[in-house]
Design a protein around this ligand. Structure first.
Ligand SMILES: [Cu+2]
Length: 304
């Protein structure tokens, strides 16, 4: 009996040791732009924020470690395995508080259309491929994230990026047609372990330098940079004068030719009319002459 009890206790202790060891041997999550796990989960840096405290309450149990949000054997079937509305927790109970629909999650500011740097902290490195998605235009932060909220095309796919100072380093270009709150959804499918990692990084995007920029760029560039300004102004100023200078000469010749032809045409028209009148007059006269001759002839005949 004693031996059996001791055995059971030993087995239980071993199990506890294993399960607690698992989170300790954690693996990775984005710290830049900061992910919800890196902000709110164990070892998070923003746990005091209102969103993280609400998330902790909603979690209903202690959070897992920030870099341990992983699911085994997904093998690319992310949409099948991770349920809609639970993308930020991966559907894992230990992170379910991260699925809350809030517009005050610790976020990173960026400009739409800009190239951002991504740091994916990885206390335990693995081989694998990162796929980074962004929410579509019109994404509503008041709703839980679902797969349909994400643009189908990844903004970045990066296999085995360089690991520097404990973080994988990547860059991704943000689309230009986004403003306001958005979510960067990062999937790290490892190849050296069976695990796939999921994480939500909240962004606050300012309008791209794209649509409004064309107007702004022209104005802003000259003001900010002294060197560009002079060169830009000279080129624009000369080109403008040149255009206006070229325009008058070109128009003037056109105008004069157009003006001259009109009188010339009229003259020729008058000459033509006069000639026509003269010809018509000549014909009329000659006909009258012939008429008289004809009338004369019968008389001559009658005489005969
Ligand atoms: Cu790992």
């Amino acid at each position: 009996m004693l031996l059996r009890r001791l055995g059971a206790v030993f087995a239980a202790t071993a199990l506890v040791a294993l399960t607690t060891a698992a989170p300790a041997a954690a693996h990775g999550a984005p710290t830049k732009p900061i992910s919800r796990t890196a902000a709110c989960a164990v070892k998070g840096t923003e746990t005091g924020s209102a969103a993280c405290q609400a998330a902790a309450k909603a979690n209903g149990q202690p959070f897992g470690t920030f870099d341990n949000l992983r699911i085994a054997d997904v093998n690319g079937r992310d949409r099948e395995v991770v349920p809609d509305g639970k993308l930020c927790s991966g559907g894992l109970a230990a992170y379910k508080g991260l699925d809350l629909a809030r517009d005050d999650w610790p976020a990173t500011r960026a400009r739409a259309g800009a190239t951002i740097s991504i740091r994916y902290a990885s206390p335990i490195p693995h081989k694998g491929t990162f796929r980074v998605y962004l929410t579509k235009p019109g994404y509503d932060p008041e709703k839980r994230l679902s797969w349909d909220d994400l643009a189908s095309q990844a903004i970045l796919v990066d296999k085995d990026p360089p690991l520097v100072d404990g973080s994988y380093r990547m860059t991704a270009k943000l689309p230009e047609d986004r403003t306001g709150r958005h979510i960067l959804y990062t999937i790290w499918q490892t190849s050296s372990t069976p695990d796939t990692y999921y994480s939500c990084s909240d962004l606050v995007l300012s309008a791209a330098a794209a649509p409004a920029p064309k107007k702004t760029r022209a104005v802003v560039v000259p003001k900010k940079k002294a060197a560009p300004a002079p060169s830009a102004r000279p080129t624009t100023e000369p080109s403008a004068p040149e255009k206006s200078a070229q325009a008058p000469p070109v128009e003037a010749p056109k105008l004069t030719p157009l003006a001259e032809p009109v009188p010339a045409d009229d003259t020729w028209l008058y000459v033509g009319l006069i000639l026509l009148a003269a010809l018509t007059g000549g014909f009329a006269i000659s006909r009258m002459m012939r008429g008289r001759r004809a009338q004369d002839l019968p008389r001559e005949d009658e005489i005969r």
